[in-house]
Design a protein around this ligand. Structure first.
Ligand SMILES: NC(=O)c1ccc[n+]([C@@H]2O[C@H](COP(=O)([O-])OP(=O)(O)OC[C@H]3O[C@@H](n4cnc5c(N)ncnc54)[C@H](OP(=O)(O)O)[C@@H]3O)[C@@H](O)[C@H]2O)c1
Length: 200
């Protein structure tokens, strides 16, 4: 069955690959701050305006959000807030508005990452933001109405993310295709409240 799917962060490395794959069988709406459909997910009014423009959808996928990389002794309150506003509240905003707009039995798939529990230099703010995303997914799943599902995909560093490789010494890298399939599993499958790890 063809579904109408919103992909936030669709111009990014992961979001672009996910949007391209889902487009093979579904209608995909690509959104980001500078994309086809413009949205800043850290701003709830911007998220609400996006849904008003695009109308109801069957599924929502988020592949966006960032946190500052700094040593724990250098992280300020603002740094933590930046990471939480972007990666955690950004994605939570999309679900908060999206649950009024997603069809019965539809799904949300958010993104976290291996840094939630596996540290590298400067990853504390990312861990805090990712942890919030995963806690939200695991707990919100049981309260979502109308058979809505929610999962998070947690990738390790991608083969294609060459700019990050030196920051992940000795880590196995995964191809974007493996991460894409975790999103497909979440959107087209039956699971909910899961963190789908893609750690190689
Ligand atoms: N790359 C990896 O190896 C890897 C591994 C594990 C986890 N992750 C996580 O996966 C996510 C995506 O990573 P990526 O490498 O694909 O990033 P990316 O290439 O930098 O792409 C990020 C995407 O998100 C959009 N975006 C950023 N902030 C936004 C906002 N506030 N509102 C709406 N859209 C926004 C960007 O477009 P605009 O600039 O136009 O908004 C872009 O489309 C990140 O949260 C990252 O932490 C990545």
């Amino acid at each position: 069955m063809t579904r109408k799917i919103l992909v936030v962060g669709a111009s990014g490395l992961i979001g672009h690959a996910v949007a391209d794959e889902l487009s093979k069988n579904h209608e995909v709406i690509r959104a980001s701050r500078n994309g086809d459909e413009r949205v800043d997910m850290s701003d709830i009014d911007s998220v609400r305006a996006l849904f008003e423009r695009i109308g109801d959808v069957d599924d929502v996928v988020c592949c966006a959000g960032a946190a500052p990389f700094k040593h724990v002794t250098e992280l300020s309150a603002e740094d933590y807030e930046d990471g939480l506003r972007s990666k955690a509240m950004g994605q939570i905003n999309v679900v908060t508005e999206g649950m009024k707009r997603v069809a019965d039995g539809g799904s949300f798939t958010l993104i976290s990452g291996i840094l939630t529990t596996v540290p590298i230099h400067g990853s504390v703010a990312s861990a805090v933001a990712n942890g919030a995303v995963e806690s939200y997914v695991v707990t919100a799943a049981s309260e979502l109405p109308r058979g809505l599902r929610i999962n998070a995909v947690s990738p390790t560093v991608l083969k294609e993310a060459t700019g990050y490789h030196s920051a992940f010494p000795g880590f196995k890298q995964v191809p974007a295709e493996d991460v894409v399939q975790a999103f497909v599993r979440s959107v087209e499958g039956v699971e909910s409240g899961q963190v789908l790890t893609v750690w190689g």
